[in-house]
Design a protein around this ligand. Structure first.
Ligand SMILES: Nc1ncnc2c1ncn2[C@@H]1O[C@H](COP(=O)(O)OP(=O)(O)OP(=O)(O)O)[C@@H](O)[C@H]1O
Ligand SMILES: [Mg+2]
Length: 166
């Protein structure tokens, strides 16, 4: 319980929130290029967009941290598989940003704990991590007034979806 409180203080309590009208298309392009630069293997992030783009009022720094975490996981838990995807879906009243991979997936009976601090699933013990990335990602999405949800099938892949009402 202490850990949860500390994490809360480190993140939402102190996270600066500076929303601005953000061009998510340019933002996505930049993220994709950043990952191109840091990837040493030949994996890459595919970028998919759908709908008529418009600017969204949110804090781009918080969103960047959030997506960086999710994309890192997508690569880390899908080594040797099809490339992960970042997608933007512009709907009339909301925008959906998703990060999808075709990797290990998450055991169904453990998915309920996914956003808890220090959670690590039983199929990733060989891969290093602290189990904090997703809990911080969720805090940041909430500071940004969005929602985050995950879908995953063991052995097939995972998809994390962030939704902002617009
Ligand atoms: N894309 C994914 N594919 C499969 N499992 C995932 C994925 N993303 C998260 N997980 C599971 O959720 C757990 C928690 O993820 P989280 O990002 O919080 O921690 P981590 O990756 O283990 O460590 P770190 O704190 O370095 O990010 C992971 O350990 C893994 O079991
Ligand atoms: Mg992680």
């Amino acid at each position: 319980m202490d850990d949860v409180l500390t994490l809360g203080k480190l993140t939402s309590g102190n996270a600066p929130y500076f929303p601005e009208d953000t061009d998510l298309m340019a933002f996505g392009d930049r993220l994709v290029n950043q990952f191109k630069l840091i990837k040493k293997d030949d994996s890459a992030l595919n970028f998919i967009t759908d709908g008529e783009p418009y600017k969204v009022h949110l804090d781009p720094k918080l969103l960047e941290h959030t997506l960086y975490n999710l994309i890192n996981n997508a690569f880390k838990y899908s080594k040797g598989k099809k490339n992960p995807e970042l997608s933007l879906l512009f709907k009339p009243t909301e925008v959906v940003i998703s990060v999808k991979d075709f990797g290990l997936g998450i055991p169904e009976d453990e998915q309920q704990h996914l956003f808890e601090p220090f959670f690590r699933a039983n199929n990733v013990s060989e891969i290093q991590g602290t189990g904090l990335g997703l809990s911080i990602a969720k805090e940041y999405v909430e500071v940004n007034k969005g929602r985050i949800a995950a879908k995953s099938k063991l052995g097939e892949g995972s998809c994390f979806e962030i939704t902002f009402k617009t």
